[in-house]
Design a binder for this molecule. Sequence first.
Ligand code: DAH
Length: 339
Amino acid sequence: MTSDLDRLVEQARSAFSAAVQSAALENEKARFLGKSGAITERLKALAGLAPEQKRDAGALINAAKGSIERLLAERRQALAEMRLDQQLAAESIDVTLPGRARSVGAIHPIARTWIRIEEIFRSIGFDFAEGPEIETDWYNFTALNSPENHPARSMQDTFYVDAHDGEGRPLVLRPHTSPMQVRYARTHTPPIKVIAIGRCYRVDNDATHSPMFHQVEGLWLDENISFADLKAVYTNFLRCFFETEELAVRFRPSYFPFTEPSAEIDMMFTNGARKGRWLEISGSGQVHPNVVRNFGFDPERIIGFAFGSGLERLAMLRYGVDDLRMFFDGDLRFLKQFV
Ligand code: DAH
């Protein structure tokens, strides 16, 4: 009897430890302690024994039952701990991993230049306008008094788009912002003070030219203004932009089809590290009477002054960049310096 019960306890021990899932363990429990389990069967069998024997045998069977119940409880506990350990291992976080850094963006130097120019001109009462980068022949050339044989009209200078306007003339990627003078003037009445900033395109690519670049166009139309007004506005703009009074400006005679007279604006730092030579910074002039007529105004009454400057040129001088292409290479070593 004793050895039979001992064997039963040992069977239970190995059955329980073979069970690695709690469902399997509960099935094993039924085999020993369930309604028709081995222990239960033995207790039922006591019924046929004499009282004396029943008491002794009953005590032994109950002792074995107690042992099996303890083994079961131990195994339940062990399985629960195993599950917890597995879960902890699966969900563990390696706190020694380096963090995922979030890099800080910055405003691109050309965008900064744009914002700066816009702020300066708005502060002296100029409106701000933007217009299409794909332009019609009329706004881009004809309205601006550019003759049929003007070099800007050639394929070598201008990107043509494979599409046409209502008159069958090819559309162009605007090579300058000057068509914005026409667009704005035809929808406003003098006095007009406006700047337009935007992307322009030309068949050009070297250290100081890129096929896509930016210009700021300025237009001032009124009855009683003179070249002196243009000179004062532009000189003050440059002094604000470069944050120095030590800057000389000169207007050098030049030619543009849409201005008469026309001038190239040169500037020179007169002191400090950048002191040196004259630098060409902008085209300018008094708006040609034909162009004023194309605006829809009487050139006998309304006179206009205009300028067009490259943003890249201004940015290069302000930040000391000597190759314009760096602005568009996307090299973070360059761009990070503007954070
Ligand atoms: N549009 C000219 C260019 O891209 C620059 C220019 C010259 C603009 C004279 C003007 C101007 O408004 O008056 O070369």
